[in-house]
Design a protein around this ligand. Sequence first.
Ligand code: PLI
Length: 458
Amino acid sequence: MGKKIILPPPFKIKSIEPIRLISHEARKHAIQEAWFNTFELQSEDVFIDLLTDSGTSAMSDNQWAGMMLGDEAYAGSKNFTHLKEVIAEVYGFPYTVPTHQGRGAEHIMSKALIGKGDWIPNNLYFTTRRAHQELAGGVWHDVSVAQAIDPRNSSLFKGNIDTKKLLALILKAKKEGVKIPYISMEACVNMAGGQPFSIKNLQSVRAISKKYNIPLYIDATRLVENAYFIQQREKGYRCTSVKKIVRKICSFADGVTVSAKKDALVNIGGFIALRDKKVFQKMRELVVIWEGLHTYGGLAGRDLEAMARGIQEMTDDDYIAHRVGQVEALGERLEKSGVPIVTPVGGHAVFLDAKRFVPHIPQKAFPAQALAAAIYAESGVRSMERGIVSGQHGDEPYDGLELVRLTIPRRVYTREHLDYVADSIIALYKKRRAIRGLKMIYAPQTLRFFQARFKEIL
Ligand code: PLI
């Protein structure tokens, strides 16, 4: 048997942006200046930026060409008409509410649907989605499968909802007279490591949603990656295109909220798409107050056009296979060298398991935060903490995941870039005992990970 031929990216590079690696001394100084929080680093000091896949995609020549066709009319932009048509074709929803990004959509949806004291079942949580549910007076409830927070569990669909937990919550809510305004299901659950749900699970959740007359809204921010995993992993979908799977998933939902900054290959943008005309009317009224008119939602006409074209490009089977393949290849290299990661590798990122990478740092000394800072100082690679700093909420006890996310922007880095990332992390793993824990010296009330400040424990 010959060596497996790895296909190169299904695109070539037309425009470049120079990057540079500053000295080790300068990096150590930069991370101290940033209070050991990678969100506070200056982008110029970063060599390879794996902070996020959000808004960091490289747009295609087709998208840039579309930017020149921006219809900047305040009302009724033709780019919005195009966007609506594309969303109806790809996702299958008749009504679209544009927003400036995902959290704008989450804000409008939460305000439109949630009343004080309502319960919202979620498969784990995403930071901004949960924050908006709670700001609207709702109570977040976790109905994810137990495997979601087990970094070593090899289940293929760790993004599934535990239907028993969901049913129990619905029955409890009925008994206590509490309303459940909708079931919230995230595709490729970010905080679990980018883990997908299966169509089979989605169908069971839909059956429950129908039986109890509770709408189902999907966070479809990374739906294409979820659809790709279904194609590769779920029985019966190997020969179905990703585009068809996306449409099938949406056929089981009442609507979606989307941060178009991920799957949809744009630097800014988001939307809600849905079936219910009455709910749409309500959201349309709200969007005018919080985002902008219902035909631009805080975006320029050119942004709407780039988003419409990105949505058309994102379901290309060759593109998505390469995108997820790049993430998997980085994960494989790290895993082969013994670096502890979350498996199976998710769709958008490789997650390092900080509890095993730096076991000498107790959770109260923020192991994932410390590891993200150490990776930057070692290599100039920027990553993100996804552990107790991002996950702990108020006084709630927290004993869940302690991860560092190496997030791969779409169509931006080559195999050489990712080889450098792997080599640097493998080198750091060999001297991991030298990494020190941190002390938190400042934290904002909500979404503290963005701005929290730390000092090294000497
Ligand atoms: O960053 P926004 O406001 O466009 O989107 C918010 C948002 C909603 N849902 C999910 C699953 C997300 O991952 C998400 C944003 N994620 C960011 C910024 C990330 O770095 O993962």
